[in-house]
Design a protein around this ligand. Structure first.
Ligand code: SF4
Ligand code: FES
Length: 357
């Protein structure tokens, strides 16, 4: 079993200050980032292991001056390259050079349809206009575009508008991504959590949207965890399909794995990617089903959802080996629902990611 996808977190640097940032609370600084040659070696190793797709991400990957060189190396290694960007730092000229370097796909996040509200959420004046300009440039070059619409209490009522915006930009896919409550998102949970009524309304709207855009736009959407009855197989199962490489070269089974105490993470600076994937204690910790406790251990869904998300289990129950509390069989399920109810009545006041900027 080899990984199929790799998230390459090229940097934690980012000009935006989104209140739901999923990067760790303690960010890597520029001095700790891997250099160009080391990243190129990682891409080659990944391709040799059978990885098909690399997501060039961050932070904001455009903050790396060597982004074009890295993209070329990933492409030449045979990887399908997807750039996940806020659009800040990628103008039409740089995009053209990225395309020439082999970039296959661009994923742009949008915060809302209203420019002022979008810029407020992203904590960056003019961000919305630059996102629209990049999206248009991507489709103008005939490249594949996905729009990532991050949904929370302040913009969920505008779900249809965000999907319509993605369609008007020529996206082939829109990911309706409900905020996940790790890292900064957990800190801002009271400001971000939608109400039950908002979620019910959004799910109804989603059915209508799927029908309206069938054949024109793929809309990916799932019920958010705090309001779900069953968990999702986070990462397609821990250590089964994908891996994350942090800016400094630490290899993680998922982006929030470092929140789990007691795990030892290995680095590509010291070991090969294949060795880490096969032998790292952190990847072994929750691989397969042997680590599970009840109710997962005897549940027929255990090889379908792998007990859900380890990081969410930790955040809510204090035990990373517990069933994800979004599962209605978890003894913490009603506790999680109460947390959602309490948070959704919280105050609207974001703690920005870059309060000092
Ligand atoms: Fe999934 Fe565990 Fe719930 Fe079964 S009990 S559905 S394996 S989380
Ligand atoms: Fe870590 Fe889900 S985010 S397992």
């Amino acid at each position: 079993m080899n990984p199929l996808g790799m998230l390459a977190e090229l940097t934690h640097r980012c000009p935006l200050g989104c209140p739901y940032c999923s990067n760790p609370l303690a960010l890597e600084d520029r001095a700790g980032e891997m250099d160009t040659a080391t990243w190129i070696g990682v891409f080659q190793q990944a391709a040799d292991m059978g990885v098909l797709q690399v997501h060039l991400s961050g932070g904001e990957p455009a903050s790396r001056r060597d982004l074009i060189e890295l993209t070329r190396a990933a492409s030449e290694a045979g990887l399908y390259t997807n750039l996940i960007t806020s659009a800040i730092g990628i103008d039409a000229d740089r995009l053209q050079r990225l395309k020439a370097a082999g970039l296959d796909h661009v994923q742009v996040s949008i915060q809302d349809t209203d420019p002022a509200m979008s810029d407020h959420i992203a904590d960056y004046k003019g961000a919305h206009a630059r996102k629209l300009a990049l999206a248009e440039a991507v489709t103008g070059l005939g490249m594949a575009l996905t729009v990532n619409a991050v949904i929370h209490r302040a913009n969920i009522a505008n779900l249809s508008g965000m999907v319509a915006l993605a369609a008007s930009l020529g996206a082939g896919r829109v990911e309706v991504a409900h905020v996940q409550y790790y890292g900064w998102g957990l800190r801002n949970r009271d400001a971000l959590m939608p109400t039950r009524e908002q979620i019910d309304q959004a799910m109804q709207e989603m059915d209508a949207l799927q029908a309206r855009y069938a054949g024109r736009l793929v809309i990916d959407s799932v019920i958010p965890d705090y309001y779900a009855r069953r968990p999702k197989p986070c990462m397609g199962g821990w250590g089964q399909k994908s891996l994350n490489v942090t800016p400094s070269g630490v290899v993680l089974p998922c982006h929030a794995a470092a929140t789990i105490p007691g795990l030892t993470f290995w680095s590509v600076r010291e070991r090969s990617l294949a060795d880490i994937w096969a032998n790292s204690p952190a990847f072994e910790a929750f691989r397969g089903t042997a680590w599970m406790k009840e109710p997962c251990q005897s549940c027929s869904f255990r090889t379908a959802d792998f007990g859900g998300c380890r990081c969410q289990a930790l955040a809510i129950t204090g035990d990373a080996a517990a069933a994800d509390p979004s599962c209605e069989l978890s003894p913490y399920h009603s506790h999680m629902q109460k947390l959602a109810e309490q948070a959704s009545g919280g105050a609207y006041a974001y703690r920005g990611r870059n309060p000092g900027r």
